[in-house]
Design a protein around this ligand. Structure first.
Ligand code: AMP
Length: 428
C-alpha cells in the first residue's frame, strides 16, 4: 500500500507536462517570434502574479467558475486562485497602477494558466497563453489592428492552414431581440451556439416556442452571415445599424488593408467568457481536430467592473501549446540550437589552459562548452557534434608550447592552427 502511494507521489500531476531540452528550445523560439510580432505593433510586455484573489475571477463569471479553476485558502485564510486566464489580472493591474499611462496602452504578456479541465491532446490543466490588451480606444482601426496582429503572429510562425472568423455580440444580441429570446433563454442557448451543437439548439428554440421559420432564418444567419444579409435582417432595429457599420469597417480593413483573404463572418462566435461586448474573433487550425481553437478575443468591458474609469478595451489570448502542436502538424521545421565552440583538452596537463581559453572566449560573448569527462578525441568529437558545436578547439601539450591551438570547423571539416593571442580575432 505504502509502495503504491509512493509511486503515485513521484508521478507528474494529471494535466501537466515536463518539457525536454528540444521542446524548451522550440518553445523559446516560438516565444521570441511571438514577442517580435507584438513589438512590431508597438506593444510592451507586462507580467502579473500566478495567483490572484479568487474574487477577481468570480466577479464577472459568478461562483460557478470555481468548479473549473484551482482555488484555495492560504494560511491567512484568504481565498485565492491560480489564474485561469490573464485578461482579468492585467486589467486589475491596469486599474490599480496604469490608468494614468498615455493612451492607447498596448500591453502583451506570456504566462502559465491553470484550469481544472479534462485533459486531452491540446487541453491541459497547466498551459501557457500569450496575449495582449489594448486600452483607451475602440475605433474600428484599433480592433482591426488587434485582429490582424493575432493573425500575423500565427502566419509569422509559418502556419498556413489557419482560419479567421469574426462575429459581433452587439449584433447577435439584436438578433436575439428580434426573435424574442429573453436574457434567461439566451443564457441557455449561448453555450449551445458556442459548442456548435445545432441540433440541441434547434430543439431548445422549438421548446421556447419560436416558430420554425424564425429558427431556420436564425441558424442561417449564424452560419452564413454577411454584412448585407445582417443589415437586411435587422433593418427594423435602427439602434444596431451603427454597430453594423463599424463591424463592416473592421472587416474591410482586414480584407483590403491587412490583405487577410481567408476571413469569414460568423455570428456564431460567442466566446466562452462573459465580458465581451462588441466585435469578437477566433482563429482556428482545423488540423487540430476537437481542440482546434488557437486564439480568441475581441472588444470587452472589464475596467468598469474593477472600479476603473471607463475606457475602450480589447484583447486576445493565444494558446501557446496548441500553436506549437499546430506547427508540428504542418511540419514546420524549428531551427536547431547550436553552440559556438567546444574545447577538447587532450590530456590532464592541458586542462588549465583549456579552462582559461574557454573563460576568455565566454567573456568575449561566445557560447563555449568544454570536455569535462577527460574523453579521448574521437569520443569528444562525437559529443561535440551531438550538441551541434560549430567549431572545436583542440589543445595538446605541443600546441601549448607553441602558444597555438587547433580549430576544427565541424561543418566543413577544415582544421587550422591559430595563435592563442589571435583567437578572438580569428573567431570574430
Ligand atoms: P480562452 O481564454 O478560453 O479564450 O482561451 C484562449 C486560448 O487558450 C484558446 O484558444 C486555446 O488555444 C488556449 N487554451 C484554453 N484552455 C486551454 C487548455 N486547457 N489547455 C491548453 N490550451 C488552452
Amino acid at each position: 500500500m505504502i509502495y503504491l502511494f509512493q509511486r503515485f507521489v513521484y508521478q507528474i500531476p494529471r494535466g501537466t507536462r515536463d518539457f525536454t531540452i528540444i521542446e524548451m528550445q522550440n518553445r523559446r523560439y516560438v516565444e521570441e517570434k511571438i514577442r517580435s510580432t507584438f513589438e512590431s505593433y508597438g506593444y510592451k510586455e507586462v507580467q502579473t502574479p500566478t495567483f490572484e484573489n479568487l474574487e477577481l475571477f468570480t466577479a464577472k463569471s459568478g461562483e460557478g467558475i470555481i468548479d473549473e479553476i484551482y482555488s484555495f485558502k492560504d494560511k491567512g485564510g484568504r481565498d485565492l486562485a491560480l489564474r485561469p486566464e490573464l485578461t482579468a489580472p492585467v486589467i486589475r493591474f491596469y486599474v490599480e497602477k496604469l490608468q494614468m499611462e498615455p493612451k492607447p496602452l498596448k500591453l502583451y504578456y506570456f504566462g502559465n494558466c491553470y484550469r481544472y479541465d479534462r485533459p486531452q491532446k491540446g487541453r491541459y490543466r497547466e498551459f501557457t497563453q500569450a496575449g495582449c490588451e489594448i486600452i483607451g480606444t475602440d475605433t474600428p482601426e484599433s480592433t482591426a489592428e488587434l485582429i490582424s496582429m493575432a493573425y500575423n503572429i500565427l502566419k509569422n510562425l509559418g502556419l498556413k492552414k489557419i482560419r479567421l472568423k469574426v462575429g459581433n455580440l452587439i449584433i447577435l444580441k439584436e438578433i436575439f431581440k428580434k426573435i424574442k429570446l429573453t436574457e434567461e433563454k439566451q443564457k441557455y442557448i449561448i453555450p449551445l451556439i458556442d459548442k456548435n451543437l445545432y441540433e440541441e439548439l434547434m430543439n431548445a428554440m422549438s421548446e421556447f416556442r419560436i416558430n420554425q421559420k424564425d429558427i431556420s432564418e436564425f441558424i442561417d444567419i449564424l452560419e452564413n452571415s454577411d454584412i448585407e444579409k445582417l443589415r437586411n435582417y435587422l433593418k427594423d432595429n435602427k439602434n444596431v445599424l451603427d454597430e453594423i457599420e463599424k463591424f463592416e469597417k473592421i472587416k474591410n480593413l482586414l480584407e483590403n488593408s491587412y490583405k487577410i483573404s481567408d476571413l469569414s463572418v460568423k455570428m456564431s462566435i460567442v466566446r466562452g467568457l462573459d465580458y465581451y461586448t462588441g466585435t469578437v474573433f477566433e482563429i482556428e487550425a482545423p488540423c487540430l481536430g476537437a481542440e482546434s481553437q488557437l486564439c480568441g478575443g475581441g472588444v470587452y468591458e472589464l475596467i468598469e467592473l474593477f472600479d476603473g474609469r471607463p475606457s475602450g478595451q480589447a484583447g486576445f489570448a493565444l494558446g501557446f501549446d496548441r500553436t506549437i502542436i499546430a506547427m508540428g502538424e504542418e511540419k514546420i521545421v524549428f531551427p536547431k540550437k547550436t553552440i559556438d565552440l567546444y574545447i577538447i583538452p587532450i590530456d590532464e596537463k592541458t586542462i588549465l589552459k583549456a579552462v582559461e581559453i574557454a573563460e576568455n572566449l565566454r567573456k568575449n560573448g561566445l557560447n563555449v562548452d568544454m570536455d569535462l569527462l577527460r574523453r579521448n578525441i574521437g569520443k569528444a568529437l562525437k559529443y561535440a557534434s551531438s550538441i551541434n558545436a560549430k567549431k572545436v578547439i583542440i589543445i595538446g601539450p605541443d600546441e601549448i608550447e607553441k602558444n597555438v591551438v587547433s580549430i576544427k570547423d565541424m561543418k566543413t571539416g577544415k582544421q587550422e592552427t591559430v595563435k592563442i593571442d589571435d583567437l578572438i580575432n580569428f573567431l570574430k
